[in-house]
Each structure stands twice: as C-alpha cells, then as structure tokens.
Write a protein that binds this ligand. Structure first.
Ligand code: GRF
Length: 200
C-alpha cells in the first residue's frame, strides 16, 4: 500500500480529486494518510476532515524562523511514515533537506506544459496570465518529481488543453483543472502505487 501525504495551501480541488479517485476505487493500492497546509484557512483542510483524513496546519507564522518551520514540517511528515508526498497547490518552498529525505518521493502538479510558464513567480493565475499574454494555442498541466529547483524535476505526466479565443486567466485555469490537473495527478499516483506494489 502506498502511503500518501498531500501538502496544500488553498481550495484543495486537486486534493478532492485524489480523495474521490481513492474512494471510488479509481486509484488502488494507495491511501491518503495525512493532509498538511501552511494556511489554517485552506478549504483543503476542510475537505480532508470531511473525509476523516488527519489534517494539520503547520504555518511559518507559528515559528521564529524558516529553519524551525522546515523542521516542524518534516517532523509532522515523519509521523506518518509516507512513501509519497504530493504537492497539490502548496505555495511554500520545499526545503532542500526535505527533498534529500524523500528522493523521488515528492511530486508536484503545475498548471502549464513545463518548461513553459514555470519557475519562480509562476503560480496560480500568474501562469495563465502569462500563457494568454504569449498567445499560446494550447496549454495544460504537468506532474513532475520535485528536486531542489523550482518546477525543474523529471516530468511524469502532461496533458494538453486548448486555449480558447475568449479565455480569461480564470476560464483557462478552470479548464486546465477540469480537463488536465484533476486527471493526471491521480494517474501519476496510480503509476507510483503500481510500481511500489510490484516491488513488494
Ligand atoms: C492548481 O491550479 C495547481 O495547478 C496549482 O495550484 C492550484 C491548486 O488548486 N499548483 P487547488 O488547491 O488544488 O484547488
């Protein structure tokens, strides 16, 4: 069984997709053991609690410095003996020591076709604003392993989505979520679960 932890900061629609896939059997061999947010008000925490998944806020605001926050986050993760950590809209920089502790065990969903519109400063609606400003005809989403860069780790899955003439950043964001993110993130978890379960 692949033990999964999900890190979130916002609404949690990607988390909800993972929960739904596990609950309706579209993801097998994996269990969501914990959800952690840096934001106490993240609706994603409510989604976890609604499904009886342990949910915690570990916020940088509650620590005197970044190093002690990083240590607290790592300590909380260690409690759950995780095989995979999923960044689902997690807006905190992942500390190098966390990447080293979980090599090729952290994945991220990014709302563009990496290497386009990614890296420092490209998050949330900013990604879609940049895509529309550039005039691309397709965009999409990417699931990749997290390394010590920003959106630079090995790509696992991508899915293209059409950009429409009258798109706003909001309409493009929604379409990419519906048609790409909510599909390829669960698919990536299933690929990793299958690999682990075959090795056992
Ligand atoms: C998604 O657009 C995801 O691609 C990006 O942050 C957003 C999170 O949305 N990393 P949600 O919290 O999953 O609804």
């Amino acid at each position: 069984m692949l033990r999964v932890g999900v890190l979130v900061s916002g609404g949690g629609t990607n988390l909800q997709s993972i929960i739904d896939h596990v609950e309706n059997g579209k993801i097998t061999g994996a269990s969501i053991e914990v959800v952690i947010s840096n934001n106490a008000n993240a609706y994603a925490l409510t989604r976890a609690k609604n499904h009886n998944i342990p949910a915690f806020c570990v916020s940088p605001k509650d620590f005197p410095d970044r190093e002690s926050f990083n240590d607290a986050l790592l300590a909380k993760l260690e409690e759950f003996q995780l095989d995979l950590i999923v960044l689902a809209g997690f807006l905190v920089v992942i500390p190098k020591k966390m990447v080293e502790r979980y090599p090729n065990q952290i994945i991220n969903i990014h709302p563009s076709l990496i290497p386009s519109f990614c890296g420092t400063g490209y998050y949330g609606l900013k990604v879609h604003e940049a895509a529309l400003a550039r005039g691309v005809k397709i965009s999409g989403a990417t699931v990749h392993f997290v390394d010590d860069g920003t959106d630079t780790g090995p790509i696992i899955l991508q899915k293209a989505v059409e950009v429409k003439e009258d798109d706003t950043p909001e309409t493009l964001q929604r379409r990419i979520m519906e048609e790409a993110e909510w599909k390829i993130l669960p698919q990536a978890i299933q690929l990793i679960a299958d690999k682990k379960n075959q090795e056992e």
